[in-house]
Design a protein around this ligand. Structure first.
Ligand SMILES: [Zn+2]
Length: 352
């Protein structure tokens, strides 16, 4: 039989991570920018934290640049950003923010076929280094196709100023690779889904590293930000190798989206992922307790009620989460989880 396998992998060209790397923005814009202006897409707070400095640096080096302030990653804000750019031609886009600003930027970059630089101001999830954008359309947040950043500037001196909650959530998003990879292996065995052992190994390496060093993840310590960010970047690379979010997104992410869709909770992405990872590991028959211990040491609660989600909604979310992405086969199967089973899994693991 003829060999017909092929794969397309997209990687960032340059990744700068560490203390005070923000100042390198002009070099990157010069290197990767096309003809046209630079657009900084940011929020009010994130402008103060990093956007302003980026703008100043670019202006000083003679780059024509505009600042667009926006809010959550919603289809409405996407339209607003698009119309703020209007007919001007972006030579490069720079997303400066915790997550939503980067999601919006990568979607605009995708639509306009423009390169973009990801500048995370907090290490709260693996979207800072991935080609997928999480966008809310009609109150439902789903991940959509976008593009990989051409460059990433992850300045630990900037990110350490974000509340610790975001760092803990970012660590949880990486730790969720544990169950994502188990789901991927399952889909490979049961459904014959394409599987990349190198992508899976890298995703597992990232989560194992963090689990091993979890006691070193502390508030106000720049090295903790470094530890987590490095593994976020490794997760992003795993997704790039797989050309899919599979190595970093399985049943726990389906549960995370189902919890978000209840519209009742106030947890952030990584916190829902933490709950999802614990309960998914239970369903896989694995060691969920040590995952829970790791989240405990990050002071990250996995109890739904702590985020305002009633038990009943959590039970429903787990039962029906498989519907969110039916093509993504996981331990949640392809029929609703029996109510009793869902309740027992959540109760045993302390989510409810
Ligand atoms: Zn995630």
């Amino acid at each position: 039989m003829q060999f017909e396998k092929f794969k397309v992998m997209e990687f960032p060209r340059e990744v700068l991570v560490g203390h005070n790397v923000l100042g390198n923005i002009s070099d990157l814009v010069r290197k990767f920018g096309r003809k046209g202006s630079a657009f900084i897409i940011t929020g009010e707070t994130t402008y103060d934290i990093a956007g302003k400095e980026i703008e100043q640096t670019l202006v000083d080096s003679g780059v024509d640049c505009y600042v667009i302030r926006t809010g959550a990653a919603s289809s409405e804000n996407l339209e607003d950003v698009e119309s703020a750019i209007g007919k001007k031609k972006p030579g490069i886009l720079i997303g400066v923010g915790g997550g939503s600003k980067i999601d919006l930027t990568k979607k605009v970059a995708f639509d306009r076929k423009a390169p973009y630089i990801s500048v995370p101001t907090s290490p709260s999830h693996d979207g800072i280094a991935s080609p997928r954008a999480s966008l809310r359309r009609q109150n439902v947040s789903l991940s959509e196709n976008a593009v990989m950043p051409i460059a990433i500037i992850a300045d630990t001196a900037v990110m350490v100023k974000a509340p610790f909650r975001y760092l803990a959530a970012g660590a949880a998003d990486v730790i969720s690779n544990e169950t994502a990879v188990l789901d991927w292996k399952l889909a490979h065995r049961i459904r014959g889904e394409e599987y990349s052992s190198s992508a899976a190994a890298l995703a597992e390496y990232a989560s194992h590293e963090l689990l091993e060093k979890i006691n070193l993840v502390m508030p106000g310590v720049e090295e903790s930000v470094w530890l987590v960010t490095k593994q976020i970047l490794a997760s992003g690379t795993a997704m790039a190798i797989a050309s899919s979010s599979r190595p970093a997104s399985g049943s726990e992410h389906l549960f995370c989206h189902a919890m978000e869709m209840t519209g009742k909770g106030n947890a952030i992405h990584g916190e829902y992922c933490a709950m999802g990872t614990v309960v998914s590991m239970y369903l896989h028959g694995g060691d969920w307790q040590s995952l829970k211990n790791a989240f405990n040491s990050l002071h990250l609660s996995v109890r739904a009620r702590d985020y305002g989600i009633p038990d009943e909604d959590a039970i429903n979310a787990l039962s029906t989460a498989h519907n969110i992405r039916p093509e993504r086969f996981t331990i949640l199967g392809d029929v609703d989880l029996a109510r009793g089973a869902s309740e027992k899994a959540l109760e045993t693991t302390g989510i409810i």
